[in-house]
Each structure stands twice: as C-alpha cells, then as structure tokens.
Design a protein around this ligand. Structure first.
Ligand code: SAH
Ligand code: SF4
Ligand code: F3S
Length: 441
C-alpha cells in the first residue's frame, strides 16, 4: 500500500455496531486507511447503520444526501453503507442513493479488502450474505496501539428469539457464539493495550454457548469466570440479555464473581401478559419479576436497566398501566423507552397501530416515571463510597470523569494521570445526568 488514505466512519445503533466499526476500521487500516474525525477531506466514508426503528433507518438517507457536495468536490470519494440497513435493504440503497459505492452487511465485513479492490477498479460492491465462515477469524491480527481503559468485545451475534416487532433476527441472522479461546485471547490483548473493563456483547449475550478449549460447551457464566482470571482485567459487564436465558450459573456469578459489575440490562418490553404474548416474548411479567428477585437475592445492590416499547399493536390503556406497575415494582436505575415502530417484514407490522397521539402520551408518561426512578436511584448514591474507573478529563478544567460500578458517570477534581486508574470516591452531589464526588485516599 502506498500513502495514507483517510477513512471517516459514523456509527449508529447498538454497541455491537461500535465494536464492528472498530473492526472495519482495522480491516481498512491494513489497506492503508487512517481514521479521521470528520467527513470533509476523507477518501472513504462508511456509515455503520441501524434498522431497529424507522427513524434510525431514514437517518441514513438524509446523512448520505449531505455527502453530495463532498463527492462533487472529490469524484474519487468512496461511500459505503454497512450494518443493519445494509443487510435489510441491500441493493435498494444504491438505487435510492446512486452515490453509494459499497454495501456490506454485518456478517461479511471481513471481505472488505476484496470489496475495496473492486471499488479501486471503478466497480460497485455489494455483499449481504450470511456466510458459514467466522468473520472474526479472517480479520487482521496486527499488533494494535494502546487504547482507553474500557472496551467492547462481541462474543455472540444474532438472535433466534423472533420477538414479533424486531428486525434483528433478519438483519443479524441466527445466534452464533464465538469460540471461548479466541475471546480469552482477544481479552488478554485488550488488557495488554491498557483495557481494564470489558463489556461482553451480543444481541442476546446470555444465550452464549461457545466451544470451550476443553472440548465442552461454555455458557456465558463460564466465560465470565475464566475471563475474570486475567490479571489486569478488573471489571466485566455484559449486554444485552434476555430474561429467558438468565441461567442459574449466571445469576450465581452476580453474587460470587467480584469482577462482574453490579449492573444488569435486562429488557422486558412491557408489563401486560397479553402484550408480552403478542410480542412473542415467551415470558410473563410475573416470571420477570421473580427472576429479578432471584438476582437481587445474591446481589442486593444490583442496578437494573431495561427497555420498553409503548403503543405496541393492541396495547390498551389497561395494558399500559401494567407496564407502569411493573416499572414501579422493579425500580430501575436506568431504562430506555421507545414508541413502537412498525418494521417491514416483521409479524407485528401487519397489525393495526395504536393511535399515534395516544402512543406519544404513553411514552411521555412512562418516561416521566423512569426519569423519577433514575433520579431517585442516583440521589440515593450521595454519601456512599463507590469505585470509579476514570476514563478522561471532564468538561471543567481540572476535572476527571469515569464510571462507577453501577455505570453512573462520576466527576471529581483530580489530575489527568487518573485516566485508566480505579479509585474510591465519596459521592457528594447528584446532578441530572451524573454524580460528583471527592477522591478518597
Ligand atoms: N436484543 C435486545 C435488544 C434489541 S434492540 C433485547 O432483546 O432486548 C433494542 C431495543 O429496541 C429493544 O429492547 C426494544 O425495546 C427496542 N425495539 C426493537 N424493535 C423495536 C420496534 N420495532 N419499535 C420500537 N422499539 C423497538
Ligand atoms: Fe429483537 Fe427480541 Fe431478539 Fe432482542 S430478543 S434482538 S428484541 S428479537
Ligand atoms: Fe440496530 Fe442492528 Fe444493533 S438494527 S440495534 S444496529 S443489531
């Protein structure tokens, strides 16, 4: 490769896309591309997209439109679309936006190097297969530079759950788990590069069942326990889990694995059993609440996070009340709520929508309750001592910011050298989206 070309990557959607963007940038790095922070002056623009809700998918086309002047100024500029919109819409993207040179799905981006060669010949390139081979085994393994103290690591991809509203089983394909020894190796590499906290990722991460080096099959708990043996790795998290895959050993790990952080994102989506059934969630509200009780029994300080959909087809005011009741019962540290968006190809898209104004109103009421709980959980931290992994300087001079074990952002007055350190902090104040504290010792 000659010279350095500039690559601009923009990432939408979930953490798995963040991880994939890093891998794609590395794959293109081996082709002489260096990542830049802005699309101006780039030789290649890559949008790593999300298809989960209509708004997310439409954003891609408006963003592409904005690149027009850049392409006019530089006819050699290459534009690529990756991720879940690429998978769902394929060629349609090039029809709707002819400026697009490359469309690559989430399971084929290890083939980027040969696709780039096609682009070099002035051709267009499209690959949205679900190949048998493991893309991660085909990505470059060059020694990589130092990095920040936290990292994502995808351990499992795809989803077999087919919730009736969700595109993920179609855009990401069936559940596939990566072999445990490769994950342990990747975790050790990350630690050597300065990482102290790893978040294990999967669309359905607790469905992980990878081949163990001992010839057996490992579940997520086993993987976490083995990873916890790596010196220098201090914190382990995982996301996103499904209530039906929360096995006994994983619950136990929350009680006996010190490196596993007391924070769990466990989406339930709704509180009405009728709606849960229509969503094909295969669990009841009661089963979810019992499950939370079991996890809290081994880890009483666990902070819970969840996802909710309001205005699902057929949701009545009474059903919605059941969601509010569930939220009251569980008490979330954080939760994300979304208005139902009908996604082409999913079973629920065939059903009659809830009145839009009604759905908006429910979303606001749910968000108000969640905000209140979030605030109360945060306020309850004042006076407590937490352990913070510091990441970077805060917005104010002389300030550093990091995350507590409960994933709260915590600010302190402290030197830049704190970055990458874990320190005890006494929380003195709760602000709208963060805590501030005093360094101890
Ligand atoms: N695998 C995860 C998350 C998948 S997508 C899980 O099972 O929970 C993240 C969140 O987006 C979902 O939890 C859901 O709350 C929301 N979501 C998914 N499809 C949606 C749709 N069609 N409309 C609105 N929200 C949706
Ligand atoms: Fe989508 Fe349901 Fe799978 Fe989560 S579990 S990714 S919501 S189908
Ligand atoms: Fe979006 Fe795909 Fe993630 S649809 S949420 S980027 S799996």
């Amino acid at each position: 490769m000659t010279g350095t070309k500039k690559l601009y990557v923009k990432t939408y959607g979930c953490q798995m896309n963040v991880y994939d963007s890093e891998r794609m940038a590395e794959a293109l790095g081996a082709q002489g591309y260096e990542q830049v922070e802005s699309p101006e002056g780039a030789d290649m623009i890559l949008l790593n997209t999300c298809h989960i809700r209509e708004k997310a998918a439409e954003k891609v086309y408006s963003e592409l439109g904005r690149f027009k002047p850049l392409r006019e100024a530089n006819p050699d500029l290459k534009i690529g679309v990756a991720g879940c919109v690429a998978q769902a819409e394929g060629e349609e993207i090039m029809r709707r936006q002819p400026m697009v040179d490359l469309v690559v799905g989430p399971q084929t981006y290890h083939r980027l190097p040969s696709m780039m060669e096609a682009l070099g010949r002035g051709e267009k390139a499209l690959d949205t297969e679900f190949p048998e081979e493991d893309k991660f085994a085909h990505l470059p393994k060059a020694r990589l530079p130092k990095r920040g103290p936290t990292a994502f690591l995808t351990v499992q991809e795809g989803c077999d759950k087919f919730c009736s509203f969700c595109v993920v089983p179609y855009t990401r394909g069936a559940e596939v788990s990566r072999p445990a020894d490769r994950l342990l190796r990747e975790a050790r590499d990350l630690v050597e590069r300065g990482v102290r906290e790893i978040t294990l990722l999967g669309q359905n991460v607790n469905a992980y069942h990878g081949a163990g080096p001992d010839g057996g099959e490992w579940g997520l708990a086993r993987l976490i326990r083995e990873m916890a043996r790596i010196d220098g790795l201090d914190r382990i998290r995982f996301t996103t889990s499904h209530p039906n895959d929360m096995e006994d050993d994983l619950i136990a790990a929350h009680g006996d694995c010190d490196k596993l952080m007391p924070y769990l994102h466990l989406p339930v989506q709704a509180g009405s059993d009728k709606v849960l059934k229509a969503m094909n969630r295969k669990h009841t509200a009661e089963q979810y609440i019992r499950l939370i009780e079991r996890i809290r029994a081994v880890r009483p300080d666990l902070h819970l996070s969840g996802d909710f959909i309001v205005g699902f087809p057929g949701e009545t005011e009474e059903d919605f009340q059941a969601t509010l009741d569930l939220v009251e019962t569980v008490g979330y540290g954080t939760a994300y709520s979304f208005k139902y968006s009908a996604r082409p190809g999913t079973p629920a898209a065939e059903r009659a929508m809830v009145d839009a104004a009604e759905a908006d109103d429910r979303l606001q009421r749910l968000q108000a309750l969640i905000t209140k709980q979030q605030r109360a959980t945060q306020d309850a931290m004042v006076g407590r001592t937490v352990s913070v992994l510091f990441e970077k300087p805060g917005r104010m001079p002389g300030q550093m910011v990091g995350k507590s074990e409960y994933l709260h952002a915590v600010h302190v007055d402290g030197p830049e050298g704190l970055a990458g350190q874990i320190a005890k902090v006494e929380i003195v104040e709760s602000r709208p989206n963060s805590l501030s504290g005093r360094l101890l010792g």
